[in-house]
Design a protein around this ligand. Structure first.
Ligand code: MRU
Length: 376
């Protein structure tokens, strides 16, 4: 996406510098746009764990590049063991988003075709780029399918009235390599001249809505309002939300959705108020093995400090403020599960489908077959 006239991706590699992965350091947004060069798999793992990069697609693509850096650095005598260790290290960084393990395993599988370390390194380089390019392409396609959805809602509204969309957390271009999943249809509708307006949940505790989604939308000129996480139900009761559109970190093959904590409550409120609730899901975020989201999807628990302390910007620099009494413990659950019964539809790169196994498999028979094939 364009930032001040320059096209950015969230993660990339430069031809002249194949020894580093470049990222946007999302911790500095919205106050500063900072990029960073990562020289090794250790630094890639830190960047994912500490959320310099975050969002399902973005961490998947970053891990793909991390595997390439690990291959470059691997000892030729212990190549396989070094790569297995790097894979474990990356997968352990964040448990909920399936894109991470998917990208690492795709790299491992692809490298099997190489006969020498040099061949494997070349394959890893190409695969990392392919993962990143695919991620951007999937999101662009989700945008095209979602545009049709927003256009249909706009057609039912009085002329000129904006389509009001509520979103949670950041499933924008910063959460992917480009375009975003939930925001791609919003950008596409805005660019097509359809009036849209977005309610942006601030998304405690790390405030990805406030710091990232609001920044993205405002930079693109999309009208939006930041709201506290608990405002959505009230807005829906008053007819101020036409649809809810969120992303996902992992969706089971049966249509249960893991997304940022608080998504489930939005789905409940949407169901109670007859507001359609859509989830934008690239196939790289579908877990083809899991069938019961609540029982099977691992929910990341993060440092309680993220709940006890609020980070912001004061007098030209980063500031942290404690908001709870001393010695009060906090729980920090990163994600929740929205059961398929609360979901109106899934927006994928191949189109819209119901949140259920048969509909998902009808769209992705080849992807499913490849995913469940035993490893060769
Ligand atoms: O903890 P994060 O910021 O990596 O969480 C990811 C998210 O921003 C959301 O859950 C998002 O809606 C899905 S990722 C496309």
């Amino acid at each position: 996406m364009q930032v001040n006239g320059t096209a950015y991706r969230t993660v990339w590699m430069e031809d002249a510098d194949p020894a580093h992965v470049h990222i946007i350091d999302q911790r500095a947004l919205p106050h500063r746009l900072v990029t960073m060069r990562l020289p090794s798999v250790d630094e890639v793992a830190t960047a994912i764990r500490e959320m310099y990069v975050r969002g399902a697609g973005c961490i998947g693509a970053t891990a793909g590049y991390g595997m390439y850096l690990a291959a470059r650095a691997a000892n030729h005598a212990t190549f396989a063991a070094d790569l297995a260790r790097a894979a474990q290290q990356l997968i352990a960084t964040r448990p909920t988003a399936v894109n991470l393990a998917w990208a690492v395993q795709r790299q491992q599988h692809a490298m099997q075709a190489g006969h020498t370390p040099a061949e494997k390194i070349a394959i890893a380089h190409g695969t990392a780029r392919a993962i990143a390019d695919e991620d951007a392409a999937f999101c662009r396609q989700i945008g095209e399918h979602g545009l049709a959805l927003i256009r249909a809602i706009a057609a039912r509204k009085p002329a000129g009235q904006p389509v009001n969309i509520l979103t949670h957390c950041n499933a924008g271009w910063l959460a992917f390599v480009d375009y975003g999943s939930a925001t791609a249809p919003i950008y596409a509708a805005h660019d097509a001249g359809i009036p849209v307006h977005v309610w942006v949940d601030e998304t405690r505790p790390r405030n990805q809505g406030a710091s990232l989604t609001a920044w993205e939308l405002a930079s693109h000129g999309v009208p939006c309002h930041l709201i506290v996480d608990n405002a959505g139900g009230h807005l829906m009761q008053h007819g101020l939300v036409d649809l809810v559109l969120v992303g996902t970190d992992r969706t089971t093959v049966t249509g249960d959705v893991a997304n940022k904590i608080g998504t489930y409550l939005k789905a409940l409120a949407a169901a109670d108020n007859g507001v359609p609730f859509y989830v934008a899901v690239p196939s790289s975020s579908i877990d083809w093995q899991m069938t019961d989201g609540l029982a099977e999807i691992p929910i990341e628990e993060r440092d309680p400090e993220e709940v006890l302390t609020v980070h912001g910007w004061q007098d030209g620099r980063e500031a942290a403020v404690r908001i709870a009494p001393p010695h009060v413990p906090a729980g920090n659950y990163g994600f929740d599960i929205t059961p398929r019964r609360l979901i109106t539809g899934l927006l994928t790169e191949r189109g819209l489908c119901r949140a259920e196994r048969a509909a998902i498999l009808a769209l992705f028979p080849d992807t499913y077959a490849a995913a469940i094939r035993p490893p060769s």
